[in-house]
Design a protein around this ligand. Structure first.
Ligand SMILES: [Zn+2]
Length: 599
């Protein structure tokens, strides 16, 4: 069923311009420009003021729509629901308008000339795909506010002007135009793929791999010198590893937009020349950050440029499912982790732990074809397979990499597949198809057929051949039972440290006399400074024979040392590790993957 759904979707995708939108085709418009007002008074009301201006040649109705989703965030959000005070005018006189559906407006000009459409946009969503404001700041995506003429394609140019306080900053990936805070884009796809920060945020830049990379952080205080230096040092290791896979970088410059808050839904959203990251305040120094930056950065190639044909071009009015999200997201996860080890941020153990995590995630989900899982973010399934295209796609990419290197005696790799597809599809203005993908995988593997692999493990639900394939790279996966200590608390981290917000009545911390509100200073010899510290504590004392540990807490102005009874709990953990004395060929394959090299 899902396979045939996939082909129906392909047909709809190809025909949507001609069929689905035929009932409402706009009169042509030219000289399109937008003005966004994000000044102090607008953001205090949590609104953006939006004006769209364009020229018409007659009185035929103009049909304008707002997108239903932001590419990369595969969920229908219906941005029109945040619109209020819609109006249209020409030569300062109001024009007739009506809604054709919930996200489409029809405006009737009285004569040839300029038309001006305006509305207010509610900007209070804690969501990377939407818009958010604070008293000194606004963030928005082009998909939220830029109306487009229905049925007229997306290849027309546009100009954007931002009206804001004179002392506030504006950051966007759009090309600057003459004047203050004016920008241009040559087509609607680029226009809506360049998010904006407006207000009082911190910005800094450095050259990485020959390109200018900017950090735009809000609030401004979150970009400390130490974080700036550390982030650029990570990027100096990550970005060259990504460039080495594809052979070039097509973006002119790149921006990391990062907002931190105690309420954000942590994670990132990719764009062609930027990423929008949301980081919990407690996670600003967390160990997962380089992995987040690496994953989102790899998307600048994989999905923003090298993209499944099902999503070329993007449509904005409705869902655009593809069975290939396992490549767009899962393989991005794989290369996100690979760049960390290839660049030297992680050692090989860190990479093996990443693979072990993917294996455990797949094992913990119901048997699901990864191509079916790829279709499902639009419906957010409840059967436990939600998001499975990430770990199962990453693991499938890893196994394919090993098989290609094994078949070619490490003369080729998945890197070569990605690079060739990038050159032969994206650079020729199209998306990749099923035929493109498997033909390149097969070519890289010296002509070996992957028909059976695709049928059983990608489009089918058979368990991936993990053990047999890992062995080809001199690796094995084991399930170990580890006994690790548990505290029995729910912690919350803020700028003052880690506080206990809940205590399990029968837990070890409660038995030691800890109370809700205590701030944990240290456990044994592990200092507790953020959420990551608990992982360090569990690893440090796994299997310990100690019966008590000192638990140091701050209670009000006092610092108290409690005696924590050690209570160990068994947990099954997947581990990936090198096989001792593996054959030379397997070692070449493993080293090739870790270093990004071929023989
Ligand atoms: Zn992603």
């Amino acid at each position: 069923m899902f396979r045939s759904l996939g082909s129906v979707v392909l047909l709809l995708g190809a025909a949507q311009g001609a069929l689905a939108q035929a009932p409402h085709v706009s009169a042509p418009i030219t000289d399109v420009s937008y003005e966004i007002t994000a000044d102090s008074s607008a953001v205090t009301r949590r609104q953006l003021g939006v004006v769209m201006s364009f020229r018409v040649t007659g009185t035929a109705p103009v049909v304008l729509a707002l997108p239903a989703w932001s590419p990369g965030h595969y969920t229908l959000l219906w941005f029109a629901r945040r619109v209020s005070e819609f109006s249209a005018q020409s030569a300062s006189a109001p024009l007739e308008w009506r809604k054709l559906d919930y996200q489409t407006w029809q405006i009737t000009p009285r004569s040839a000339g300029m038309v001006r459409v305006s509305f207010k946009y509610l900007a209070d969503a804690v969501d990377r795909a939407v818009a958010w404001t604070a008293p000194n700041f606004a963030f928005f995506n082009g998909t939220n506010v830029f109306l487009y003429p229905v049925g007229r394609g997306f290849t027309w140019p546009a100009r954007v002007s931002i009206h804001t306080q004179p002392s506030w900053l504006v950051a966007t990936g759009m090309d600057p135009a003459s004047g203050v805070n004016n920008f241009t884009a040559s087509n609607y796809h680029d226009l809506t793929d360049m998010p904006f920060y407006v207000g009082r945020f911190a910005i800094d830049s450095a050259q990485v791999a020959g390109k200018w990379i900017r950090l735009a952080f809000y609030p401004a205080a979150s970009l400390t010198t130490a974080r700036r230096d550390r982030t650029f040092a990570w990027l100096q290791k990550i970005v060259p590893a990504h460039v080495a896979v594809f052979g070039d970088a097509s973006f002119r410059n790149y921006t990391i937009f990062q907002r931190s808050d105690t309420l954000v839904n942590g994670g990132g959203l990719e764009h062609q020349s930027s990423q929008v990251d949301e980081v919990l305040t407690s996670q600003l120094d967390a160990s997962y950050l380089p992995g987040l930056y690496s994953h989102e950065f790899f998307h600048a190639w994989n999905v923003k440029r090298l993209r499944p044909a099902d999503m070329v071009p993007y449509r904005y009015d409705d869902a655009q499912p593809t069975t290939w999200l396992w490549v767009s997201e899962g393989v991005t996860d794989y290369y996100g982790a690979l760049a960390l080890v290839r660049g030297g941020i992680n050692d090989s153990t860190g990479f093996f732990n990443f693979i072990a995590g993917e294996i455990a995630s797949v094992a913990g989900a119901p048997p699901t074809a990864v191509s079916d899982a790829s279709l499902s973010p639009w419906i957010n399934p409840t059967d436990g397979s939600s998001g499975l295209y990430y770990p199962k796609g990453g693991l499938t990419g890893f196994l394919l990499d090993i098989m290609i290197r094994d078949a070619s005696d490490n003369r080729s790799s998945l890197d070569a597949v990605m690079r060739t597809l990038y050159n032969r599809t994206y650079k020729r203005g199209r998306g990749f198809t099923r035929t493109d993908w498997w033909a390149e995988v097969s070519r890289a593997a010296g002509g070996r057929s992957f028909t059976d692999f695709a049928r059983r493990y990608v489009d089918g639900r058979e368990p991936l051949p993990v053990e047999a394939t890992l062995r080809l790279a001199g690796l094995r996966a084991r399930n170990d039972t580890i006994r690790e200590p548990r505290l029995g608390v729910s912690p919350a981290t803020d700028t003052n440290g880690v506080a206990i917000t809940q205590l399990a009545p029968t837990g070890a911390a409660a038995a030691a006399g800890a109370r809700v509100g205590d701030r944990i200073v240290s456990i044994g010899d592990v200092a507790i400074s953020n959420d990551d510290s608990f992982d360090v504590f569990r690893t440090r004392y796994a299997g310990t024979t100690l019966t008590t540990l000192p638990l140091v807490v701050r209670r009000g102005t006092e610092t108290i040392t409690l005696q924590l009874p050690v209570r160990l709990f068994a947990r099954t953990q997947t581990q990936v590790s090198p096989i001792p004395n593996a054959p030379a060929k397997a070692l070449r394959i493993r080293q090739g993957i870790l270093k990004g090299s071929t023989s």
